[in-house]
Design a protein around this ligand. Sequence first.
Ligand code: PLP
Ligand code: COI
Length: 355
Amino acid sequence: METIKITKAAELKPHPAPETLVFGKTFTDHMFLMDYHTGQGWHDPRIVPYGPLALDPSSMVFHYAQEVFEGMKAYRTPEGKVQLFRPYENARRINASCERLCIPAIPEEDFVAAVKALVQVDESWVPDQLGTSLYIRPFVFAADASLGVHASHSYIFCIICCPVGAYYPEGINPVKIYVENEDVRAVRGGTGYTKCGGNYAASIRAGERAEEQGYSQVLWLDGVERKYIEEVGAMNVLFKVDGAVITPKLTGSVLPGITRKSCLELLKSWGVPVEERLITAQELFDAAQAGKLEEAWGSGTAAVVSPIGELAWGEQKVTINGGQIGPLTQKLYDTLTGIQWGTQPDPFGWIVPVE
Ligand code: PLP
Ligand code: COI
């Protein structure tokens, strides 16, 4: 990548008080931009003041949603240093998403260098209160001014950042989730394993209905047989059943979450039996009826490790661990956040400092 050109904002915005942070509402002073044109490749990496983009109304992204994104965080350690969690995993995943959407790959080193450079420029925005972090949203979209349905010849790679607290207003308190029986989010062969905006567009209706009924999000079933559990709106799901942890295997319609992967690696290192396999909703509710569904939680960058206190499926409702966070969920939360915020050792080498 060429040298990143930095243009500082003339006026800096006031930082919100950490206790008032709402997910994804306040953005930092700068953003990263880089352009792509066929024949030229990625060029003109730059950091500029945060602000609106001027785009032709016919830009392909508006019509055919040729777009992918990532979600990652920068954390402030007790010593005041800033660090990233497994950023090369995000780099690899955005390229897997790009490949599916016919978007040119971004070299992994360039992706991480761009994230680091922006976080460095906006370093003062990385909050230091317990449970807060700087959420980083890299995204790439098709910029050709054209209504023909084909791969664009020009793209923009942009990164924006926002200081965040807990994703759910519940914080670490258990959330309520219901199994979605009508809408489906993704099917094998589609884009479910990618982080493309279209997946989220398809999920909004079910999410709105769930919220109206007092649930945080929905638990998606597979789009073909509609019986296998897949994931939640912004999290993968893991269940402790009869002493073992089970989680849906990555069949192509589930996002390969980096937090999921980290949870599985931690669990294995603790000697907890782990199974990645197909799980039907029926099996889960049967386990709950038999008193064997001991814990349930979601995993995601924004949501971290989020206990699920209640699961509903049609008329059936089950409360998990008395609606309280379970001991294994708590241990995962503590260990993962300990590594991320630098209050615990990092035995797996997951942390990348921002110098
Ligand atoms: N599943 C979906 C649909 C998501 O949007 C996310 C969030 O990124 C996840 C799972 C969790 O992925 P990760 O742990 O990489 O953030
Ligand atoms: C994340 O956890 O990073 C996500 O991208 C979830 C988001 C859709 C809010």
